[in-house]
Design a protein around this ligand. Structure first.
Ligand code: 5J7
Ligand code: CA
Length: 439
């Protein structure tokens, strides 16, 4: 009786911090830019048998088709509506993926782009992935619908209307991030439109959300949106299960916006993790593996039960963004395997494995001029399928780090030393979480 009461309390407080992965699994993988049809196949043929708990997918909603440069990966971070059609697939394919992955115990986490719509430079006449009409000049998005009143413009106090000063909290949250039209999340009708989108995804069966650009939204506005969310679909999840929330907050120190401001909403992305681990494994700044002894909070990271950790992500693997040159990626294969292996074995935080596509990296004056390149595509713009070679690696330009022997959580279908260590630590951590995980 007492123990059940305790479990109930833990379950309640744990809420949006719990990854909602099937017991025994301890990580998720970001299948960056994969087609829904390929994600479904990967859940069945590889992820379920090898102990992956879930998949972070690219934004599933309609976005602007950018033509200069040609269909860059970042066009998917420029929404036009919340219709479920993108280069990865249509709504039918999306629903099929979610059901098939859930049916084999692999859950789906949606990259939710809710801070903004497309860039101000996208004009009337530009195309979107579902064919919806929109006009960025007049801030007209009838397919949602949003109109000029739903954007922050007048609230922004910078000269250009864009974020100019990261030391100014209001600017970072109320002005345009690189000209992207900034949604007025203080308005209840905007909150409701966003919540309606997320609730539609919950109804289909997704297990949680990565909140893109969370740093650019007020924590209280996010909370108001999250308070409108339903519990997960009971076809696959116990009644009363809250969606897993992890917020993209890039906080390497030195700015007034800090990860801790977001703890009340869910977990946060701990960008110091990959930046520091890269420094250690590259032996920069006199760092040594021995210093990893107190890895985690001891290094100034957020509390373990608030952290979503990763060696690299889709942005900083391109040499820009948080962490800069120390970030390890598949291009540094040997050190990368060591880093991801260490992450999966170490109990701190909930880990996300990156799974990438190749691009023709080309440095000019230290900058990769091809960092914009989108996924392997056919000449008609459709994304190439992921093919599987005889030796289980991927073809067609897909890197599939998650299939690398040293990375795959459980290559034999059994339990690796890495997952065993984590499970043991997880048990220890959960027995103390009643005191640490207040909501
Ligand atoms: C925001 C931050 O607070 C931050 O610290 C950071 O490193 C990156 C960003 C950032 O987030 C975005 C989220 C989106 O949903 C859409 C976006 O377009 C962005 C975005 O552009 C972005 O910043 C870019 O990358 C930073 C390293 C630069 O400092 C920024 O100036 C910005 O660079 C811009 O990139 C160029 O100025 C502009 O010319 C170019 O068109 C644009 C191309 O878009 C991106 O590179 C997208 C990046 C992106 C990053 C993310 O973390 C993410 O989750 C999604 C997209
Ligand atoms: Ca904003």
């Amino acid at each position: 009786m007492g123990i059940y009461f305790l479990l109930l309390i833990v379950g309640f407080c744990w809420g949006q911090y719990n990854p909602n992965t099937v017991s025994g699994t301890t990580s998720i993988v970001h299948l960056f830019e994969w087609r829904w049809a390929d994600v479904a196949l990967e859940c069945e043929r590889y992820l379920a048998p090898n102990g992956f708990g879930g998949v972070q997918i690219s934004p599933p909603n309609e976005n602007v088709i950018v033509t200069d440069p040609w269909q860059p990966w970042w066009e998917r971070y420029q929404p036009v509506s919340y219709k479920l059609c993108s280069r990865s697939g249509n709504e039918t394919e999306f629903r099929d993926m979610v059901a098939r992955c859930n049916n084999v115990g692999v859950h789906i986490y949606v990259d939710a782009v809710i801070n903004h719509m497309c860039g101000a430079s996208a004009g009337a006449g530009d195309h979107a992935t579902c064919g919806s009409y929109f006009d960025a000049n007049t801030e007209d998005f009838p397919a949602v619908p949003y109109s000029g009143l739903d954007f922050n413009d007048r609230k922004c106090k910078s000269r250009s209307g864009d974020i100019e000063d990261y030391q100014d909290v209001s600017q970072v949250r109320d002005c345009r991030l690189v000209s992207l039209l900034d949604l007025a999340l203080e308005k209840d009708d905007v909150r409701s439109k966003v919540a309606e989108y997320l609730n539609r995804l919950i109804g289909i069966g997704v297990a949680g959300f990565r909140l893109d650009a969370a740093k650019h939204m007020w924590p209280g506005d996010l909370k108001a949106v999250l308070d409108k969310l339903k519990d997960l679909n009971t076809t696959w999840f116990p009644a009363g299960t809250k969606p897993f929330i992890y917020q993209e907050v890039i906080d390497l120190g030195g700015e007034p916006i800090q990860c801790s401001q977001y703890f009340g909403n869910g977990r946060v992305t701990e960008f110091k993790y990959g930046a520091k681990l890269g420094t250690v494994l590259r032996k920069w700044d006199g760092e040594k593996m021995a210093y990893l002894k107190n890895w985690g909070e001891g290094w100034g990271f957020v509390p373990a039960d608030r952290a979503l950790v990763f060696v690299d992500n889709h942005d900083n693997q391109r040499g820009h963004g948080a962490g800069g040159a120390s970030i390890l990626t598949f291009w540094d294969a040997r050190l990368y395997k060591m880093a991801v292996g260490f992450m999966l074995a170490h109990p701190y935080g909930f880990p996300r494995i990156m799974s990438s596509f190749h691009w023709s990296r080309y440095f000019v004056n230290g900058k990769d001029v091809n960092d914009w390149m989108g996924p392997p595509s056919e000449s008609d713009g459709s994304i190439k399928p992921v093919t599987i070679n005889a030796d289980t690696t991927c073809g067609n330009g897909w890197v599939c780090e998650h299939r690398w022997r040293q990375i795959s959580p459980s290559p034999t279908g059994g339990t690796t030393a890495a997952t065993r260590w984590r499970s043991a630590e997880a048990i220890k951590a959960s027995s103390s979480s009643t005191t640490t995980s207040g909501s």
